[in-house]
Design a protein around this ligand. Structure first.
Ligand code: GAL
Length: 341
């Protein structure tokens, strides 16, 4: 790279990060405050005090196809779960790898040869611990387990506890949800990804209570993102087509464990039928009472270069929509940093 290119690249990168009140453009490379691409895929955000913490899959540089697997099983080695912090959801500081692979033990569930996806973190007010749940699998995705790790600090390090089949059922794509009353739930695709389970966690959030519901049986929904709005629970999901995009759907219920009414694709605008070439991962409540839907735009043959798309969620008499926009701050003006609330 010559000096002019380097200068232009640096100027461009700086412009992307410090673009005033505007979030980076959806689908562009998003940079952290050290001007490195943000590497936090399949992620979720936890707000704790004045700070947002974004956890995600820290994808390794090399994408390869798992040998001896019939379907398009592209993957990277497990190189950790990353964490970034921010007070404005635009400027993200890299806090490092908060759950590291266990390279020493070949039979560890977090060995680099394993699959660790969709990490989500919640805080337990009673134990004072931060609890991470994540999808843990072997190279061909047949292990189908949920892993749990714990930390005293939002920025880790997290200590891995175990990977289990919750309620003796398969678990692949998942999220974890902490309700207003402090109860928390693991929500996971099960039964060959055909059915979405919602399972109440124990008070320490580390195990299942045995109380669970089976939702959307036979509908094959995955990539769940849940939130609560005006006393109702909403879950955004994708269909099942691996790294390739498909049509989203959403569901509404009066109770967190259902029954849910499955409703059509909430996305509107160009490429809405392919969820804007994205897949849901999380729904974030904002301080003004609105919600941000977080998506991954996967690049299956270069997974580390997968991009982020965040879009505001709209509500009307007819229900919920997620209209396309280039930049989520276009339509969500309240960017007050948390410390100034
Ligand atoms: C998707 C899933 C991703 C990843 C991928 C592997 O369906 O949502 O998290 O597991 O399959 O092909």
């Amino acid at each position: 790279m010559n000096r002019l290119t380097l200068t232009l690249t640096t100027l461009f990168a700086t412009a992307c990060v410090w673009a005033g009140d505007n979030a980076p453009v959806n689908g562009d490379v998003w940079l952290d405050t050290s001007l490195n691409p943000i590497n936090a895929h399949g992620g979720g955000i936890m707000r704790h005090g004045d700070t947002y913490y974004w956890y995600g899959e820290y994808k390794g540089e090399e994408t390869y196809r798992s040998p001896d697997v019939g379907w398009e099983c592209y993957r990277t080695d497990f190189t950790g779960v990353s964490c970034y912090s921010s007070t404005d959801l635009i400027n993200w500081k890299f806090e490092g790898i908060v759950l590291s692979p266990d390279a020493e033990n070949p039979s560890s569930d977090i060995h680099p040869t394993m699959v660790v996806e969709r990490p989500k973190v919640i805080y337990n007010d009673n134990t004072g611990k931060f609890v991470m749940w994540m999808h843990i699998d072997n190279a061909n995705y047949w292990q189908a387990t949920a892993g749990v790790a714990v930390s005293d600090s939002p920025t880790g390090p997290f200590t891995f506890i175990e990977a289990v089949r919750p309620n003796n059922a398969e678990s692949r794509d998942l999220t974890v949800y902490k309700d207003d009353d402090g109860h928390a739930y693991l929500i996971y695709s099960s039964e060959g990804n055909a059915t979405l389970y919602i399972s109440r966690l124990t008070d320490d959030y580390l195990k299942q209570t045995g109380v669970f519901t089976r939702n959307f049986a036979g509908e094959s929904r995955e990539a769940p993102a849940i939130f609560k709005h005006n006393g109702k629970y909403y879950i955004i999901t994708s269909g099942c087509s691996g790294w390739s995009p498909n049509e989203a759907a959403y569901a509404v219920a009066d109770n967190v464990m259902g029954p849910y009414q499955l409703l059509p694709n909430p996305c509107t605008g160009v490429d809405a039928d392919k969820t804007f070439y994205c897949q849901s991962t999380f729904a974030l409540p904002l301080p003004d009472g609105s919600f941000l839907a977080m998506f991954d735009r996967w690049k299956k043959d270069d997974l580390v270069d997968s991009r982020y798309v965040w879009l505001p969620i709209s509500f009307s008499e007819e229900g919920m929509t997620i209209p396309w926009s280039e930049n989520w701050t276009d339509t969500t003006p309240d960017m007050t940093p948390l410390s100034q609330e």
